[in-house]
Design a protein around this ligand. Structure first.
Ligand SMILES: [Zn+2]
Length: 298
């Protein structure tokens, strides 16, 4: 799996190449419009090369001659530039996106980094790498607190999940494992995918998967799931932990993540107490001390 940071870092080479091309085009355009400038720039370059050789030869007299010649040419160049109203920066590299200075990241009002709007392509690719290829329309901006009523309750749950993501939720709970429990058809999947995408928008590595699909995920990705910043496992149920080798895969992931205090959210339609009672024993031990996010959690 590739993270948003890796994708943006890979794109920097492409951005640098585009900047070079834009500069070359600008130089060509200006030289075509003003051949005198092209000629004088050629002469300046020649003088600088000759001066370089004189420096190696330690020929002080020659160096001084080249210095004077260059000064004269530069003064002549200034006059040509002014007369033709040429932008003095026409031959320098220019920033393509002035929002992020081509770094791909901007800073939010609170100073936290955020992926710049010029990197939509990289964001979409990161969502796909992070298990969310099938949910392109699930985004935080489309999430409605008042969907299905209980706007206050939905807003509180959303904020609790955001706190978990930002590492602000475990102050009292002292846990990095969370169970988000709510009845079926209450918009859980939409919400957790929006949160997962928010994580990526903040430059974090995140992954969304259905719990039972853990047995179909490749071993490289399973290894990544142990160390990414934020993990959401949806459709969690006691029966799933007894399916195939899901129990042992999940137990392994949770153990490694807990050791590094990395936030993990298990999303389930069942009450936490029921899950603790019925789950695979290794999982249920971890669930007992997990934090709870639900309508009744406060
Ligand atoms: Zn940008």
């Amino acid at each position: 799996m590739k993270t948003i940071k890796e994708l943006i870092s890979e794109s920097l080479t492409e951005v640098a190449a585009s900047k070079d091309i834009l500069r070359d085009e600008s130089i060509k355009r200006v030289y075509r419009a003003c051949p005198d400038l092209k000629e004088i720039d050629g002469q300046i370059l020649e003088i600088r090369n000759s001066r370089f050789i004189a420096v190696i030869d330690k020929d002080e007299r020659l160096i001084r001659r080249f210095d004077i010649a260059e000064e004269e040419l530069l003064a002549k160049r200034d006059r040509i530039m002014q007369r033709n109203q040429i932008d003095p920066d026409f031959d320098s590299l220019k920033v393509i996106c002035d929002k992020c200075n081509d770094t791909g990241f901007t800073k939010g009002s609170d100073g936290t980094p955020k992926v710049c709007s010029c990197r939509k392509k990289e964001l979409e690719a990161a969502y796909e790498y992070s298990g969310m290829a099938d949910y392109s329309s699930y985004k935080m901006k489309n999430y409605r607190d008042d969907y299905l009523g209980d706007a206050a309750g939905r807003k509180r749950i959303k904020n609790e999940l955001l706190k978990v993501l930002l590492g602000l939720a475990d102050k009292d709970a002292r846990t990095s494992l969370w169970v988000y429990s709510a009845p079926p058809q209450t918009g859980k999947t939409f919400l957790v995918i929006s949160i997962c995408k928010t994580a990526i928008n903040l430059g974090k590595s995140a992954y969304y998967a259905k719990c039972e699909d853990l047995q179909n995920i490749g071993t490289d990705t399973l290894e990544d799931l142990k160390k990414i910043d934020f993990l959401v496992l949806d459709d969690f149920a006691d029966s799933v932990t007894m399916t195939g080798n899901v129990g042992s895969i999940l137990n392994n992931i949770l153990e490694v993540r807990a050791a590094s205090k990395l936030p993990t959210v298990l999303v389930s339609p069942f009450p936490k107490s029921e899950l603790v009672n019925k789950c695979d024993m290794r999982i249920s031990g971890k669930l007992a001390s997990a934090g709870l996010i639900s309508k009744e959690s406060r």
